[in-house]
Design a protein around this ligand. Sequence first.
Ligand SMILES: Cc1cc2nc3c(=O)[nH]c(=O)nc-3n(C[C@H](O)[C@H](O)[C@H](O)COP(=O)(O)OP(=O)(O)OC[C@H]3O[C@@H](n4cnc5c(N)ncnc54)[C@H](O)[C@@H]3O)c2cc1C
Length: 445
Amino acid sequence: MASKLEDLKSLLPGTSIVEPSQGGAYDKARKDTFNHDLDAFPLAIVYVRNNKDVIECVKWASSNQIPVTVAGGRHSMRCYKNDHLAIDLRHMDAVIVDAVNRTVAVQGGAKLGQVDRECSLFGMHAPFGTDPDTGVGGLTLGGGWGYLSRQYGLSIDGIVSMDVVTSKGELITTSAAVHPDLFFAMRGAGGYFGVCTLFRFRLYPVPATLSGMALYGFNEPKSLTKSYVAAMTSATRHVSGALVLGFVPDADKIRRPSATVILSYVGPSVDKGTLAIEPFKNLAGSAPLMSSVRQSTYVELQSMLGDIHSPNIGMHDKHLFLADINDEIIDTCLDMLSTLPQPTGFVAIFPFDGAIQDVPSGDTAFSHRDSNWWLIYGIEWTEISQKEPCIQWVQAGAERLKRYSQGEYTNQSHHKSAEALWGSNLDRLRKCKEIWDHGNMFGKI
Ligand SMILES: Cc1cc2nc3c(=O)[nH]c(=O)nc-3n(C[C@H](O)[C@H](O)[C@H](O)COP(=O)(O)OP(=O)(O)OC[C@H]3O[C@@H](n4cnc5c(N)ncnc54)[C@H](O)[C@@H]3O)c2cc1C
């Protein structure tokens, strides 16, 4: 293999490649991920700089029958895998706004924060997720939920076109009109179909933003959850956010059970926003212990949760799509929280209705558009001894919640069942796979 890697290096003069023979530098590179539970040993990591580098990598991998992973924001457990060639896109992170046509061109290795900052200069945005450190590539290719999704759909719904390096090492542009089957597959199962080196997204005006968090006590978590669900269901599409049931450190840094409402309004005016979020000010008849909800910039909204997630630890999560949040589901979630092995777990519910459901489920590989709610639960650990109990907690929760689940999110930490991820679109996806990645270079679905 060493001599084959020498061939690859000769094809990529000036491009940085890290391989196992580099010892400490290799370990540092392969562990440079959000979730340190990922402990993969890739064949080599190539820090590509342009489309030509990506093409050379794919052609080399194809001729040597070596599978490939792509590293975007490195938030998932799939960016590096044992004995795979890792194409790391971090240096391909340019973001260019076309204000006239209201689109933004984003290279495949950019992070959400970079895109939001650049777009904010023009007062226009696209729906992206809640953590600025997440990669646009992975988030989008799995679907992509953000605070704007009730209004403008998932990240994939605003894609105008994508430049993709296919498993044959060809650079093509795909859109609704060009290679529509690949365009279908990339929007929800993209990581399994090719390397997206450039996205073009539609942008939407963002006139006024309100955002913040309201922290409630945990005396009546069931009534609070029901009250939140009712308020969000009847809220206009300008309103979004999440309810997070978990543990928040108090002044003495002791984690106490809490319910946090993350709230956003993005719409025509602050006055209208203040009215729209009024029902969230007094959930279940009680005022929050504290609230930071106020007029803000859109970038402040998008970075609100940036500091909450602690990198450099292990975490395991599960993302389910649900038709509704009924009493049984709330009871199950509260019971799960009462059996946590340590107070670092959470259950969060996000609204998944509105414009997400304006797109038919068969139009994109992402298929779970009939669900009204996205439920995430997960747990972090800081010591290796905590890992097993934490994973068992997630698995036990999966068993209990599966009867309510309509499907699972491609962007959750671990993939098990393709049926759960792509549901009714799986057959079509497998046919697309035959055409675009017959040899499963980018993984089997
Ligand atoms: C703290 C945190 C917050 C999150 N918040 C949200 C949220 O608000 N909304 C939401 O929808 N999801 C959210 N997620 C889930 C997130 O979307 C996934 O973890 C996603 O896979 C991360 O993408 P990435 O590029 O950072 O990760 P990576 O690990 O780099 O990539 C993820 C997958 O996509 C592939 N990939 C990445 N870029 C490309 C590319 N350009 N071309 C081809 N394949 C590519 C990779 O090979 C890998 O299979 C969150 C996750 C975390 C950990």
